[in-house]
Design a protein around this ligand. Structure first.
Ligand SMILES: CC(C)(COP(=O)(O)OP(=O)(O)OC[C@H]1O[C@@H](n2cnc3c(N)ncnc32)[C@H](O)[C@@H]1OP(=O)(O)O)[C@@H](O)C(=O)NCCC(=O)NCCS
Length: 512
C-alpha cells in the first residue's frame, strides 16, 4: 500500500487545506497514494494556487503545531559576486527568471536590485526573491503568461518568507508537472533560466546533480528550464560554474566528465559563466567550445586543459598556447554605447572572438584593407586573428566593437595596441567597418586603448599610416597629448607621450 505523509495548513471554511511550502511533488504523492495522513500544522502558510487538498481526500488528520524547517542565507563569497557581476547584463528589464538555490544565484539576485519589472517562474522561492518583490523589482507585470503572479512550487528560507507567502494573492504554487513543463516555461517573455553546474567538460557537457558515487541533489529539473528558456521569445539559458573547488586545487572545467553523469547535454548548453567571464557555446564547433571553456577556466589550469584538449583532438596540434591565453579578462573595461540606435558593445577581445575578427577583416573594402595593412591582402589567416584574440590585456590589448546578440555578435571595429618593450611605447592600429565609420567608434576605441595603456604603465602610443589617411590622422589627434609626426617612404609616423599634455586640446570623455 502506498502511504503519503503530508503537512498542510488548517482547513478553510470549505474544507481545503494548503500544502504550503512544498507543493512540487507532494500534491502528486497525495493524489496517487492509497492512504493519506495529513499533519495539520497552524504554522504552515496558506499558499494559493493549485496547492490544496480537501479534507475528504485525506484518510487521517493529525493536528500538531511545530516550526517549519528554515534555511539561512549562505555567506557571501567573492567568486559568487564575480560571477553575478558577469551575468547581470544578460538580464534585461522585463525578464522572467527561474533561478536555482545556491550562493551564486543568491549573489545574482542581490546584483539585480536596480532592475525593473522582473517576473518569477521558478521551483523555489527564497528570501532573496521576497526582498526583490518588496523593493518593487519583481512585479511579474511583463511575464506575458500568468501576468501579475509569482509562480513557484516550493519555498525554502526564513519564517519571514513563510509569513510573506500566507494568503498572498500575488503568489501561486503549482506542482512540478506544471512549473517544470518546458511548454509552460517557454510561454514567458524573455525567460531566463539561471542554474548552477558542478563540472563542465571541454565540449560543454555539464554535470549538475551528482558526483560519481554520491548524489548531490535529487533528479534535477534543470534541463526542463534550460529547454523551456531556450524556446521562449528572447529567452536565455545560463549556467553558473565556480572555476575551481573551494580550496582552488581542482578545476571544475575538466577534459571529460568521466563517470559523472551528464545532466545538460552539450547541445542544450548556451551561456556559461565563471568568475573569469561568460561565453555562449550555442552553435559552436568543438574547437571553438574547447577554446571558450579554457578561456573561462582558472588561469592556473588553462595550460593543462589546453594540452589535454590537443591530446583529445579538440584543438589542432599546430596551435601553441600563447602566454597571453593566461591573461584574466578585464570585464571592467566593457562599455555599451548607442550608435544610430544600435547598441554597440566595446570590450577587450577574448579567445572566442578569433573567427569574428577574421570575418571583420574579410568584410573590409579594398581601400580600408590597404589603409589598415599597407598592402592588398585577401587572406586573413587564423594565426593573425589568434594573435589579436589571445592577448595578455597588458602588453598587448585588442578591443572589439560588436553589434548583435552575445556570442553571435558581429565585430564592427577592432582597435589594438602592441607594446614595444624596448621603448615602452605601444603601436596602435584600427579598423572600423565601412557602415559604422565616422560615427565615433574609432574615437571610443582610441580613448579606451590610450587609457588602458597609460594604466598599464606604458609611456605613449605610436601609429603608422598613409599621409593621405585623414581619418586615422584625426583619430590620433583626438588624444589630448602633443602629437609628433615623422614621414618616411610615404608612411607617416604619429607618436604621443602620456606625460606631454597638449593644453590646446580638450580632455575627451573617459580620460583624466
Ligand atoms: C580610421 C578609422 C579607424 C576611423 O574610425 P571611425 O570610427 O570612422 O572614426 P571616428 O568616427 O571616431 O572619427 C575619428 C575622427 O576621424 C574623422 N574621420 C573619420 N573618417 C574620416 C574620413 N574618411 N575622412 C576624414 N576624416 C574622417 C572624424 O571626423 C573624426 O575626427 P574629428 O573628431 O576631428 O571630427 C576608420 O576610418 C577605418 O577603419 N579606416 C580604414 C582602416 C584604417 O585606415 N586604419 C588606420 C590605420 S591603422
Amino acid at each position: 500500500m502506498h502511504v503519503a505523509l503530508i503537512q498542510v495548513s488548517p482547513p478553510d471554511d470549505f474544507g481545503w487545506m494548503s500544502l504550503g511550502v512544498s507543493v512540487d511533488i507532494t500534491l502528486a504523492a497525495a493524489q496517487s497514494a492509497d492512504l493519506v495522513i495529513a499533519q495539520v500544522n497552524p504554522k504552515m502558510p496558506r499558499v494559493l494556487g493549485r496547492s490544496v487538498v480537501h479534507v475528504n481526500d485525506v484518510e487521517i488528520i493529525v493536528e500538531r503545531e511545530e516550526p517549519l524547517i528554515t534555511a539561512r542565507a549562505t555567506p557571501e563569497s567573492e567568486s559568487a559576486n564575480k560571477i553575478a557581476g558577469h551575468i547581470q547584463r544578460f538580464i534585461e528589464d522585463g525578464s522572467t527568471l527561474q533561478i536555482s538555490l545556491g550562493t551564486s544565484p543568491q549573489a545574482v539576485l542581490l546584483a539585480l536590485s536596480e532592475a525593473n519589472d522582473l517576473g518569477i517562474h521558478t521551483q523555489y522561492i527564497t528570501d532573496d526573491i521576497m526582498h526583490l518583490v518588496s523593493r518593487g523589482v519583481i512585479t511579474n507585470r511583463e511575464k506575458g503568461f500568468n501576468p501579475g503572479k509569482l509562480i513557484a512550487s516550493s519555498a525554502i528560507g526564513s519564517e519571514e518568507l513563510y509569513d510573506f507567502l500566507d494568503d498572498n494573492p500575488g503568489i501561486e504554487f503549482h506542482p512540478s508537472d506544471y512549473v517544470n513543463d518546458p511548454g509552460i516555461i517557454s510561454r514567458h517573455n524573455k525567460m531566463v533560466s539561471i542554474n548552477v553546474a558542478m563540472e563542465v567538460d571541454l565540449t560543454g557537457q555539464a554535470a549538475a546533480d551528482a558526483l560519481p558515487i554520491n548524489l548531490y541533489t535529487g533528479v534535477s529539473g534543470m534541463l526542463d528550464f534550460i529547454r523551456g528558456a531556450s524556446q521562449a521569445e528572447g529567452g536565455k539559458a545560463i549556467l553558473l560554474l565556480t572555476a575551481t573547488s573551494k580550496d582552488g586545487k581542482r578545476s571544475h572545467i575538466v577534459p571529460s566528465l568521466g563517470d559523472t553523469a551528464v545532466v545538460i547535454p552539450r547541445s542544450d548548453v548556451q551561456y556559461l559563466v565563471t568568475e573569469f567571464g561568460a561565453v555562449n557555446l550555442f552553435g559552436k564547433s568543438l574547437q571553438e567550445r574547447a577554446l571558450a571553456m579554457i578561456s573561462i577556466a582558472h588561469p592556473d589550469f588553462r595550460e593543462q586543459l589546453f594540452k589535454e584538449a590537443q591530446a583529445m583532438g579538440l584543438l589542432g596540434t599546430e596551435r601553441r598556447l600563447k602566454e597571453a591565453m593566461l591573461g584574466v579578462y578585464p570585464a571592467s573595461m566593457e562599455e555599451t554605447v548607442v550608435v544610430d540606435g544600435d547598441s554597440v558593445m566595446i570590450r577587450p577581445a577574448k579567445p572566442v572572438d578569433e573567427r569574428r575578427i577574421q570575418e571583420h577583416f574579410y568584410s573590409l573594402g579594398k581601400k580600408d584593407v590597404i589603409a589598415r595593412f599597407f598592402h592588398e591582402k585577401t587572406r586573413f589567416v587564423r594565426d593573425e586573428a589568434e594573435g589579436l584574440s589571445q592577448i595578455d590585456y597588458r602588453k598587448n590589448l585588442t578591443l572589439v566593437a560588436l553589434v548583435g546578440e552575445f556570442g553571435f555578435g558581429r565585430v564592427i571595429g577592432v582597435g589594438e595596441y602592441l607594446l614595444d618593450e624596448t621603448t615602452n611605447i605601444a603601436e596602435v592600429a584600427f579598423s572600423v567597418s565601412s557602415d559604422f565609420q565616422g560615427k565615433g567608434i574609432g574615437t571610443r576605441l582610441m580613448i579606451k586603448l590610450a587609457g588602458a595603456a597609460r594604466g598599464n604603465g606604458i609611456a605613449g602610443l605610436l601609429a603608422y599610416t598613409a599621409e593621405t589617411n585623414d581619418g586615422m590622422i584625426r583619430l590620433f589627434n583626438t588624444l589630448p597629448y602633443v602629437v609628433r609626426t615623422n614621414t618616411e617612404n610615404d608612411i607617416l609616423e604619429l607618436t604621443c607621450r602620456f606625460d606631454e599634455i597638449d593644453d590646446r586640446k580638450d580632455m575627451p570623455d573617459g580620460q583624466t
